[in-house]
Write a protein that binds this ligand. Structure first.
Ligand code: FES
Length: 575
């Protein structure tokens, strides 16, 4: 029997009214797997196995589980893999965001329900890492994140390609008639050449980097490609670190502090990271007891420039960032903007981890802080009568000539309406207009789909126009680019001002001054509001969908379920 009543197999005994019998029964059953008493007396490290045959981003999870197990056993503990939900972006109906909170609840409850002294979270595809960190923050058992790692790039007719910025670029060219059916079929074979997460600065790469900056990942763990030996070595190290964390009772609340979240936000800005990153960090911070202050985040972005030359803000891929030294190369440049005294999964501070990392070398992926790729942070927060609760624009991936723009609104009332009309040759639209999409927010769609990257109407695209101002309450893939205003809060399905926009209204976007204005009088908006009715979604009266519709919060608080968020004692940034 384990000696410490709160460790190993003794933890969280199933309730039979007789704790000694509960332990006896538990040991009898697990011995059915062939374990010895020696093995069962060790500290236990749970390993969250998110392999799914639907999820190519997690195709290497079985290999990583083996490598983590090796690390755990070399450090003298017992590894116990167990499954949870796995979510892939393209295999989640209606959206992956809809199921993220379900995965976070699964993760939290399985960590809580099963005996483990520490847990290794293996995630990778966009929603999985935030879901796991949300669950881990709530369970507050020592936890360390391992990601599956980015995929390698493919090659199409001599050109390097990778999901999914190039997916969108080639699809845009196909829509504009620049490439034919054969070429679009050919490139489809090359965009995802193997296991791993999207190889650009999309949401998966963003979340990997901010998680390492947050202190929840082994140093250097964000960038090794999924199929590399480095990735397996990081997995082994992660297993060993988990054992150490169990011994020190290094729980998430000791690592995910207010200052640590500020570090993560700084890295989000400096990497030109995905706009989804701000929603997920708000949700993780919420679970840890912090509320994200969007205006303070915007202020931070005035001082933290974009340093990383990866698509879609730049030109390269994650494998290039790995060769350039990964996150430590970025952190070295950002030192003056970081809280170096934050504790990490190594038991050392972020500053000590940076010192211990291999020294820098000449490379062209991470710019020196004095010579940035973009002078401000990747994202800006907009306010105005169209977005009283805020909206986000990824300014580093927008068109400079559209950053200040006034145009006529062309309104689509839903994603279906947009699909039906956007390519209609009779649609009255010019490239100077502003496309507006309603009912694509957390409740509107539902599930806040990545529909904010609205297609340029075919007749405009055919003229060679690649960008227009687009505004919605939706999200956008981190792999996309354009002058696209997202996460308008409150969303239109909640009766926000976005719901009141009519085709022909004038809208002003002023990114330098952070404003988004609907040029319609308050009196007229009040009149329109009287006619507002929220959309009704079939199936919302039962099951998970009912739970989602009844309790999901708005984008500025991370689209978490309201009952999962504890009291909020502090705001981040602001440490
Ligand atoms: Fe999984 Fe892009 S679809 S990371």
């Amino acid at each position: 029997m384990a000696k410490d009543k709160d460790r190993g197999l003794n933890k969280g005994l199933t309730s039979y009214g007789d704790s000694a019998f509960s332990l006896f029964l538990r040991k009898a059953f697990i011995k059915g797997m062939g374990y010895s008493d020696d093995a069962l007396d060790r500290p236990i490290v749970g390993i969250v196995d998110t392999f799914s045959a639907y999820n190519a981003c997690h195709a290497n999870v079985p290999d990583l589980v083996e490598a983590v197990k090796r690390g755990v056993m070399l450090a003298g503990a017992l590894p116990v893999p167990f499954p949870t939900i796995s979510i892939h972006e393209s295999f989640a109906y209606p959206t992956s965001m809809f199921t993220r909170n379900l995965m976070s609840m699964d993760t939290e409850e399985m960590i809580r329900a099963q005996p483990m002294d520490a847990v290794v979270l293996i995630g990778g595809c966009d929603k999985t890492v935030p879901a796991q960190l949300m669950g881990a923050a709530s369970a507050n058992v020592p936890a360390i994140q391992l990601v599956t790692g980015p995929m390698m790039t493919g090659s199409h007719r001599g050109e390097r390609v990778g999901a999914c910025t190039d997916c969108r670029r080639f699809w845009g060219r196909y829509r504009a008639g620049e490439i034919d059916d054969q070429e679009i079929a050919d490139v489809n074979n090359q965009l995802v050449p193997g296991a791993g997460t999207c190889g650009v600065m999309g949401t998966a790469s963003t979340m990997a980097l901010v998680t390492e900056a947050l202190g929840m990942m082994a140093p250097g763990g964000a960038t090794p490609p999924a199929v590399s030996a480095d990735r397996r070595r990081i997995a082994e190290t992660t297993g060993a670190l988990a054992v150490n964390m169990a011994a020190q009772d290094l729980t998430p609340d000791k690592i995910m502090t207010q200052k640590a979240f500020e570090n993560a936000l700084t890295v989000l800005l400096a990497t030109g990271g995905s706009t989804n990153g701000i929603v997920h960090l708000a949700a993780i911070a919420g679970r840890a007891g912090f509320e994200l202050d969007l205006d303070a985040f915007d202020k931070l972005g005035r001082d933290v420039p974009v340093l990383v030359d990866l698509k879609p803000s730049g030109q390269n891929y994650m494998e290039d960032l790995h060769r350039a030294g990964g996150l430590p190369t970025i952190l070295r440049e950002l030192k003056d903007h970081l809280h170096l005294d934050c504790l990490t999964v190594t038991g050392r501070t972020l500053g000590e981890n940076i010192e211990a990392a291999p020294g820098g070398w000449e490379q062209s992926i991470v710019s020196p802080i004095g010579k940035p790729l973009f002078p401000e942070g990747g994202m800006a927060v907009l306010r105005g009568n169209l977005a009283p609760g805020g909206a986000i624009v990824k300014q580093s991936a927008a068109s400079p000539h559209l950053m200040t723009h006034r145009g006529r609104a062309i309104v689509f009332s839903s994603i279906a309406d947009m699909g039906a009309r956007v390519d209609d040759p009779d649609l009255d639209v010019t490239e100077d207009d502003i496309l507006v999409l309603q009912n694509a927010g957390p409740k509107g769609a539902p599930g806040m789909p990545e529909a904010g990257y609205m297609p340029i109407p075919k007749k405009i695209a055919a003229k060679g126009i690649k960008d227009m101002v687009r505004i919605s309450d939706a999200r956008m893939s981190g792999t996309a680019s354009g002058t696209i205003v997202l996460h308008v809060t409150p969303e239109s399905a909640e009766g926000g001002p976005l719901a009141l926009v009519r085709t022909g209204d004038m809208i002003s976007l002023d990114v330098p001054n952070r404003s988004l204005t609907l040029e319609v009088s308050d009196a007229e908006l009040a009149e329109r509001k009287k006619a507002f009715t929220p959309p009704v979604h079939e199936g919302s009266d039962r099951g998970y969908k009912k739970l989602y519709m009844d309790t999901v919060t708005q984008a500025d608080t991370g689209c978490d379920f309201d009952f999962l968020i504890p009291e909020k004692p502090a705001r981040v940034p602001g440490a």
